[in-house]
Design a protein around this ligand. Sequence first.
Ligand SMILES: [Zn+2]
Length: 229
Amino acid sequence: MLRRVLLLTILLAVSACVGPPPEAPHRVYHHPVARTKPRAMPTPFALPSMNLAQCEGALTHSGAVYDVLPDQQFSPSCSALGAVQMDDVAPGIPITNTKALTCEAALPLAQWFSGSVQPAAQRWFGEPVVKLESMGTYACRHIIGNAAYSYKISEHARANAVDIGAFILASGRRVSILNGWRGNADESGFLHEVHDAACQHFITVLSPDYNAAHHNHLHFDMGGSHFCR
Ligand SMILES: [Zn+2]
């Protein structure tokens, strides 16, 4: 009996070493590039497929401050799987009004902010962004503002989208989508530049140029096929 228990223990130990990673299958994702159909535009993404642990490692490496959230399935359509609660989008730079956001969407957000937003702010305003105002991440709802898609579940319902409303500069100046998109040359130039840069990081990017529902924010998500307007 003792020998059988010992053998079982050894077998379990060996299988633990060579078995699959401990994540449940639904927690392992591949970068959307790998699972989307051929798209009209060439892919801007060069990221390899990565699992959740690799995504979280990259997010930590980016300097973002966040907590890992437990997987939650709120309803058949609404969930937050592989999601984080992001507090800082970059070291010392808070992001407001966030709830659950998939790591898959949080990582490009952090990379977009540090790689594109901060350099653009320095160029256009000569000062950095010190706070990023979001207008929300997770929300259990359908797509709004486009009757043709109103039957569809929004990527926000999968915690796979974030809306950006404004950038607060070090001087306290607030550059918002609402006032700046078609506003002063510097604010409009900055906002259009960071919008265009986001198209290199996210699958879908929507702005006030897309429809009236987006008059006051930029929408970024990691679902569907590549679309940037
Ligand atoms: Zn949105």
